[in-house]
Write a protein that binds this ligand. Structure first.
Ligand code: PLP
Length: 369
């Protein structure tokens, strides 16, 4: 497959499809019903919760199922409304599910400050410290960025946050299957994940919360998810998500090696072809297989279409920004001018890509350029 856009979304693992298909006809009970079908459904739901908890070293009671990364991120911010400590520190390169949500929640009483990043896309910890005030209740910094893959120093930020008595959230949506995620090791209070980024179904996500009393329900209704997320659970997708997490974590080491091999080959071939090509973001501390490349003198929107015509699928900026002619705020925060911003493409490799696929991609890029 010549699909090189796994950071936008991943194809569902066939084993996950087969589980979901088989459960679809047999498992129709509502997990909240007390009869046999309800209890069967509840069993599946709780087994999925256990698998997810295990995959990130959490406890079952710390896992809430949501509709995806956007909802998980939104809910953490939402939970600060009405608190005395209602000031949030976040970065300029967060996903819009954080930055736009903060803009929307400002009239409801939240205050926020945006921390800068270096030209390599790493947040400045000293600046975070300078932005802390006595009303700071939350720091929200992504574990890795979706456009450049830079991995942020969350463990260090966690030390700072706990010294100051501030809660810490990390958006780890891009990370499952590309690095080990251990909530104890990271020292975070909240963590967001989304199934469709790790070969699971769309519309299912996870919110880890160290202490559930710090969270408030954003979708209000029934008493599902410990009263923290109303609405009958998306059971079949949740079961699929748990299997997807289990499968990708079983293969984590080999998956990382696979992605790293493809990335090394891709970068060295491109570099040999044209020394002016830039690889964006910190190259030593990044997610494997997610590569942001600027092609000076070329428009990324045109390159994406030319590659599409050759049946090779990549993205300019993030998926959410595609089709949007505005410069990427992430690349802007790295200090890129519009020319460089508009010449940048994100390649993101996955399980089904082979070295031969990457070779074909390189040949096509050479041909176009
Ligand atoms: N956070 C990051 C870093 C992402 O890359 C994405 C999706 O692109 C999201 C959040 C949103 O996740 P979802 O599509 O599950 O709502």
């Amino acid at each position: 497959m010549k699909y090189f856009d796994h950071s936008s979304t991943t194809p569902i693992n066939p084993k996950v499809i087969s589980l979901m298909t088989s459960k679809q006809s047999e498992l129709y009970g509502n997990p909240s019903s007390i009869h046999l079908h309800g209890q069967k459904a509840k069993g599946i739901l709780e087994s999925a919760r256990g698998k997810i908890a295990k995959s990130i070293n959490a406890k079952k009671t710390q896992i809430i199922f949501t509709s995806g990364g956007t909802e998980s991120n939104n809910q953490v911010l939402w939970s600060l409304i009405g608190n005395k400590k209602n000031h949030i520190i976040t970065s300029k390169i967060e996903h819009p599910a954080i930055t736009k949500a903060l803009q929307a929640l400002e009239p409801l009483g939240l205050e926020y400050s945006l921390v800068n990043v270096s030209s390599d896309g790493l947040v400045d910890i000293d600046e975070i410290l300078n932005l802390v005030n006595d009303r700071t209740g939350l720091i929200s910094i992504m574990l890795a960025n979706n456009e450049i893959g830079a991995v942020q120093p969350i463990k260090e930020i966690s030390k700072l946050a706990s010294e100051k008595g501030i809660l810490l959230h990390t958006d780890a949506v891009q990370c499952m299957g590309k690095m080990k995620i251990d909530i104890v090791d990271l020292g975070v209070d909240f963590l967001s994940l989304s199934a469709h980024k790790f070969y699971g179904p769309k519309g299912a996500g996870i919110l880890y919360t160290k202490n559930p009393t710090h969270l408030k329900p954003m979708i209000i209704g029934g008493n599902q998810e410990y009263g923290l997320r109303g609405g009958t659970e998306n059971l079949i997708s949740i079961a699929g998500m748990a299997l997807a997490a289990e499968l990708i974590n079983e293969e984590l080491e080999s998956h990382i090696i696979h992605l790293t091999t493809l990335e090394k080959y891709f970068k060295s071939e491109l570099q040999n072809f044209n020394g002016k090509i830039n690889f964006n973001g910190d190259q030593s501390n990044k997610l494997p297989g997610l590569i942001s490349v600027s092609f000076p003198g070329h428009k990324s929107s045109k390159l994406v279409i030319q590659l599409d015509q050759a049946e090779m699928y990549v993205s300019n900026g993030s998926a959410c920004g595609s089709g949007n002619i505005k410069p990427s705020p992430v690349l802007k925060a790295l200090g890129f001018d519009d020319l460089r911003n508009f010449s940048t493409i994100r390649f993101s490799f996955g399980v089904s890509n082979s070295l031969k696929d990457v070779e074909a991609l390189i040949n096509q890029i050479k041909k176009i350029i």
